[in-house]
Design a protein around this ligand. Structure first.
Ligand code: HEC
Ligand code: HEC
Ligand code: HEC
Ligand code: HEC
Length: 217
């Protein structure tokens, strides 16, 4: 009887561990875990980061974050129909530095397996490829400068340029015509890693909570 009780306890502990695991916030098994794809070399981080010999951009500056993936050099059609370069962020870039890193796979012009100095051949397709025409996507970069003046249409950002519950959504810094400006970027709504929400989002969008963190509607 004592023995049976012990198994019951072990069972209960196992059940607890399972329920904790289902609330996981690591990227293992999520959209950006490429370790199961032949092209990744069996690693998760490597297509994006490297411990050594990180990339510089076309101005010769370190990209940052020990970046390992080839950058995009595309010109984009923005939400308002205007066009702009990918960067570097010298005043004529389409969007902030971090969005540029995302577009290095998600604009469909650079192969996902172009990292660590090798030129790959596998490109994102379907909905995962936003292409270089962003006029059909939520505004980002210079077409999504967040209002600094409070109004009946916008939630006020806090002093660290964050919005949403617990400051889950962070506006991104961008140089527009020589002025540091705060804009919506890919990384405002998404995380490259994983935070426990669908579509790599930074917070749940159930009942459009993400949208309502900025838009008063
Ligand atoms: C799809 C590309 C991608 C993959 C894969 C990826 N990262 Fe990142 N990582 C980024 C980007 C973009 C940033 C910069 C933005 C930021 O601060 O979160 C970043 C930032 C970081 C940072 C510095 C900022 C922070 O959040 O602490 C660390 C550390 C990091 N990544 C570790 C990892 C590790 C470890 C892995 C593998 C388990 C990994 N990343 C996989 C894209 C990626
Ligand atoms: C190394 C290439 C690479 C980079 C860099 C990259 N992604 Fe991805 N992303 C992928 C691949 C591959 C998938 C999975 C496609 C699939 O499942 O068919 C993906 C999937 C996604 C998805 C869909 C998730 C879902 O569950 O619907 C989102 C959102 C996303 N990425 C956003 C981003 C953002 C934001 C950045 C920049 C921080 C970024 N990605 C950078 C390669 C990349
Ligand atoms: C204003 C918030 C917001 C911004 C900014 C944003 N996204 Fe998303 N994205 C979302 C939401 C919400 C979804 C999930 C849509 C759904 O429910 O189908 C999504 C879905 C995606 C998907 C999956 C598409 C699919 O149909 O599977 C990819 C890939 C993606 N985003 C990449 C990006 C990239 C790259 C950027 C920057 C150019 C970006 N997103 C900017 C909110 C945003
Ligand atoms: C981080 C803040 C933020 C979030 C989150 C956000 N938006 Fe936006 N949205 C903006 C900004 C900034 C603009 C650009 C507005 C401008 O310049 O007039 C914009 C523009 C728009 C526009 C275009 C308006 C026009 O005048 O053409 C629509 C529609 C919209 N957002 C819907 C959404 C939806 C739906 C969601 C949720 C999936 C969402 N937004 C999430 C900040 C945000």
């Amino acid at each position: 009887m004592k023995r049976w009780n012990l198994f019951a306890v072990i069972g209960a502990v196992a059940a607890l561990t399972t329920s904790t695991a289902s609330g996981q916030t690591t990227m293992v098994g999520e959209a950006h875990d490429f370790s199961g794809s032949g092209w990744s070399g069996g690693e998760i981080c490597k297509p994006c980061h490297t411990p050594h010999h990180a990339l510089t951009d076309e101005s010769g500056a370190q990209v940052g974050w020990l970046w390992n993936h080839e950058l995009t050099t595309s010109t984009y059609t923005m939400y308002d129909g205007s066009t702009a370069d990918a960067g570097p962020d010298d005043g004529d870039a389409a969007f902030d530095k971090l969005s540029r890193l995302c577009m290095g796979c998600h604009d469909g012009t650079v192969a996902v397996d172009s990292f660590g100095g090798q030129t790959g051949s596998i490109f994102l397709t379907g909905d995962k490829n936003l292409e270089t025409d962003l006029s059909d996507d939520h505004p980002v970069g210079f077409t999504a400068v967040y209002p600094t003046v409070a109004s009946s249409k916008w939630q006020p950002a806090d002093a660290s340029h964050k919005l949403g519950p617990g400051g889950a959504l962070k506006l991104r810094e961008m140089n527009i015509g020589g002025t540091q400006t705060y804009v919506v970027g890919c990384m405002t709504c998404h995380t490259p890693h994983y935070k426990g929400f669908d579509h790599q989002l930074r917070m749940s969008n159930a009942s459009s909570a993400l949208c309502l963190s900025c838009h008063v509607k």
